[in-house]
Write a protein that binds this ligand. Structure first.
Ligand SMILES: Nc1ncnc2c1ncn2[C@@H]1O[C@H](COP(=O)(O)OP(=O)(O)O)[C@@H](O)[C@H]1O
Ligand SMILES: [Mg+2]
Length: 245
C-alpha cells in the first residue's frame, strides 16, 4: 500500500539530507511502526508520504498511485494525523468535523455514524459544541484523529499519535489501529515510545540520520539475539547521545 523508492529529501539547498535513499514497503493488513531518535527524519518521511513535501529524488506510491503524478488519487487513500494541531480555534468541535466531512465529501449518514462512534469512544460528546480554543491538548489530538479518519481511508498515517493522549484514550486508539488492520487496511505511525511499537506493530523500521538502520518483524530484528528488547536494538542501532525515550 505504501511504497518508497530511493527517496531522498534535502533541506537547505542540500546541506541537510533529512531522508537519505529510503526504500520502504508497507503491505495491507499491517501495523507498521516507524521509530527513531529526535531529528531522525520521521516527520519528513511522513510529510513525503502524505504529499505535503515532494521528494528531491525518488518516488512515493500509495496504493500504486505515484504521489507526484497522481496526487488526488494517492491522497484520497490516506487519513493523516499530523504531529501538531493546527485546528480552527473559533470552530466548535462539531463544526470542525463537519468541515472535514465536507472536504472529503462524506455523505450525511456516514458522517453521522462516524462522528457519533468516535465522539463517544473518546468521551468528547459534551465538548463537541464548544469552541476548539477551549480544548486541552489531548482533546485537540482526539478531534484531529476523528477528523482525519472521517472519510474512512484505507491507509492511516499518524505522526506520534499517542502524544498528549491519556492512557485510556491511547489504549482505545491502539485498539482502533489494530482493528483497522485486521479489516485488511494499513496503519503507519511514528513513535519514540518503544513499548508501544513493540506491542502493537507487525513490522518496525528504525530510522537514524535519514537512513533505515533496521526493518522487519520483531523476530527478524532480533537477528537471533534471543530475548533482546526493542530498546536494546534501538540503543545498538542509533547514536546513544541522540536517544530520547
Ligand atoms: N523545514 C526544514 N528545513 C530544514 N531542515 C529541516 C526542516 N524540517 C526538518 N529539518 C531537519 O531534518 C532532520 C529530520 O527532521 P524530522 O523529519 O522532523 O525528524 P523527526 O520527526 O524524526 O524528529 C532534522 O535534522 C531537522 O532539523
Ligand atoms: Mg517528528
Amino acid at each position: 500500500m505504501i511504497q518508497f523508492e530511493h527517496v531522498v529529501k534535502q533541506y537547505g539547498g542540500g546541506s541537510v539530507r533529512a531522508v537519505d535513499d529510503l526504500n520502504l514497503h508497507v503491505g495491507k493488513g499491517k501495523v507498521f511502526g516507524f521509530i527513531g531518535p529526535n531529528g531522525a527524519g520521521k516527520t519528513t518521511t511522513i510529510r513525503l508520504m502524505t504529499g505535503i513535501l515532494t521528494p528531491s529524488l525518488g518516488r512515493v506510491l500509495i496504493g500504486g498511485h505515484d504521489m507526484a503524478r497522481d496526487p488526488i488519487e494517492a491522497k484520497r487513500l490516506i487519513g493523516f494525523v499530523p504531529d501538531s494541531h493546527e485546528l480552527y480555534d473559533r470552530l466548535t468541535g462539531m463544526e470542525y468535523l463537519n468541515f472535514m466531512a465536507d472536504v472529503y465529501q462524506v455523505d450525511a449518514n456516514r458522517r453521522k455514524e462516524h462522528i457519533e462512534k468516535y465522539l463517544n469512544l473518546f468521551e468528547l460528546e459534551d465538548a463537541a459544541g464548544e469552541q476548539i480554543r477551549s480544548y486541552s491538548r489531548g482533546m485537540k489530538q482526539k478531534l484531529t484523529i476523528i477528523g482525519a479518519l472521517i472519510h474512512q481511508p484505507p491507509v492511516w498515517v499518524l505522526d506520534e499519535p499517542m502524544v498528549g493522549l491519556d492512557p485510556r484514550a491511547a489504549h482505545l486508539l491502539k485498539e482502533e489501529m489494530r482493528r483497522h488492520c485486521e479489516a485488511g487496511n494499513t496503519v503507519f505511525f511514528s513513535t519514540h515510545v518503544l513499548e508501544v511499537a513493540e506491542k502493537l506493530c507487525d513490522e518496525i523500521a528504525i530510522i537514524d540520520h535519514g537512513r533505515l538502520v533496521a526493518e522487519g518483524t520483531m523476530e527478524a530484528l532480533r537477528l537471533g539475539e534471543k530475548g533482546a528488547s526493542l530498546e536494546d536494538l534501538f540503543l545498538q542501532l542509533t547514536d546513544a547521545e541522540a536517544v530520547e525515550a
